[in-house]
Design a protein around this ligand. Structure first.
Ligand SMILES: Cc1ncc(COP(=O)(O)O)c(C=O)c1O
Length: 482
């Protein structure tokens, strides 16, 4: 079987399509293209037959690994199955063919989708305001930090409120987002139970603090039991509370960030609400806000007047736009479809299933691997790959590929040495969870008996160990023309 690029296939003159002949019309057609825009030499195109072309792309597609091909327990990423119904709805021509500049009267249906989704998400968050514009979780964080800034600017406190407090168990994008808008990040240590050290938080609070960013549940998969105390303390010091909602799968339909004291909460629709993600595809990170921040939300807002919908740009205190037009619209369609098809009870079942699956795996695997925080977890948990001599977490992860599983997130969160962060999600059956446990138990046996097998894994994948850091830092994405 050929393995190279499409340029390694075919032969000069070979074609996959037959185009109508231009004979006799070259001059006439050439005259349509301005001199400066004409090619000086023919393009370098592959010359392949149709079967060669089809086989090439099918081979590439088979190399891909996704949620639809197997278990994908990538911690913090909520790689769950996306119902195909939602894909079909997002592909309806009435949605895909819409132009974003159409007048309001002609897009009442699309505005209804935005408005209805906003209502549901506000209800799920328990918060009065929302924007659907942000294109990802981190973009939601940026929006939230800009909202914090505008709030303090309006109160004349921006000069002195320069710090954002961040538990050391927060997701990595949180400090990056705070720093991007100019806040100074102050790390708050976790206690031995894996939650925020409230005494350290109290000590850090003061008139220079703009607020806190909490990942809920945190990146250990642990819910902050003292969340009400934490938000009360921050509010008491005049600060605001940001909740990172990328982990909402853990308590969807069961608890509302608004009731816990959140001022800003971002959803990762592409994790919790049915959009395939990974590889930088389109996502959506809507941001819900508490009452004091509503005036600063991005424009436009969709409003309902009687039975009609309208875009409201008249919001003088708004931070402005965070995305052209209305965000990633088709991701929003999928989320609405997911909410409507599951209903209240279905959404509650999502979080119940996610937490049950994570605790089931955790209890089984803690007999074999170290579990630094041995507690009831929410939707994910973190093991340590320490204790296997020369075998490291990376080796365990690579060996899992040979067993047919996508590896979990590794080396994150940083507060666990040799971390293996496992998030099974609610859509995996028990048989798959059991098979995954068996693979990890087998790998533990191999780590003792034949560590070299792990050090050199994967053995069955199309490529072996790659220099991942170099691939990310020096990507070579273009094939030089010979
Ligand atoms: C807890 C948490 N917060 C924020 C993000 C950032 O979300 P996004 O990748 O959509 O920017 C992630 C993504 O992995 C996450 O897991």
């Amino acid at each position: 079987m050929p393995t190279g690029t499409i340029y390694d296939l075919g032969a000069p003159g070979r074609r996959g399509v037959s185009l109508p002949s231009l004979a006799g019309r070259e001059e006439e057609l050439l005259a349509l293209i301005p001199e400066g825009a004409r090619r000086r030499e023919p393009p370098w195109l592959p010359e392949v037959s149709q079967p060669e072309l089809v086989r090439h792309f099918l081979r590439l597609a088979r190399l891909n690994y996704g949620v639809d091909s197997g278990f994908y327990p990538l911690g913090s990423c909520t790689m769950k199955y996306n119902p195909k119904l939602n894909e079909q709805l997002a592909r309806l021509a009435g949605f895909t063919g819409l132009h974003p500049l159409l007048p309001e009267e002609e897009v009442q249906g699309a505005l209804a989708v935005l408005w209805e989704l906003s209502q549901y998400l506000r209800g799920i968050a328990g918060m009065p305001g929302i924007t659907l514009q942000p294109a990802a979780g981190a973009h939601g964080e940026l929006t939230g930090m800009l909202l914090f800034k505008r709030y303090f600017q309006e109160r004349g406190e921006l000069e002195r409120r320069v710090k954002i407090l961040l538990p050391d168990s927060a997701h990595g994008t949180n400090p990056a987002s705070a720093a991007m808008v100019g806040f100074r990040v102050v790390s708050i240590p976790s206690n031995e139970r894996g939650t925020v050290d409230v005494a350290a938080l109290e000590a850090a609070l003061g008139e220079d603090v703009a607020g806190i960013m909490l990942t809920v549940p945190n990146t250990l998969g642990i819910f902050e039991e003292e969340i009400l105390k934490i938000t009360e303390l921050v509010h008491g010091a005049g600060g605001l509370c940001y909740f990172d909602g990328a982990n909402l799968n853990a308590y969807l339909g069961r608890a509302r960030p608004g009731d816990m004291g959140a001022d800003v909460f971002h959803f990762n629709l592409h994790k919790t609400f049915s959009t395939p993600h990974g590889g930088g595809g389109p996502g959506a990170g809507p941001v819900a806000v508490s009452e004091p921040l509503v005036p600063y939300l991005p424009v436009p807002q969709v409003v309902k007047e009687g039975e009609r919908f309208r875009l409201d740009y008249d919001r003088p205190k708004s931070i402005g736009r965070m995305h052209p037009y209305f965000g990633n619209f088709l991701v929003l369609v999928r989320a609405l479809a997911y909410i409507l098809t599951l209903g209240d009870e279905g959404l509650r079942e999502v979080s119940a299933g996610a937490v049950l699956a994570a605790n089931y795996l955790k209890e089984k695997l803690k007999n074999t691997y170290k579990l630094p925080y041995d507690r009831l977890c929410k939707h994910e948990f973190v093991l340590s790959g320490e204790g296997w001599g020369e075998v490291r977490t990376l080796d365990i992860a690579k060996r899992l590929i040979d067993y047919g599983f996508h590896p979990p997130t590794i080396y994150f969160p940083l507060i666990v040495k040799q971390a293996l962060m496992i998030e099974p999600t609610e859509t995996e059956p028990k048989q798959v969870l059991d098979a995954f446990c068996r693979a990890l138990e087998e790998i533990a046996r191999e780590a003792k008996e034949s560590p070299q097998l792990l050090r050199e894994a994967p053995h069955t994948a199309p490529v072996r160990r790659l220099d991942e850091a170099r691939a990310a830092r020096e990507p070579r994405l273009r094939l030089p023309r010979p």
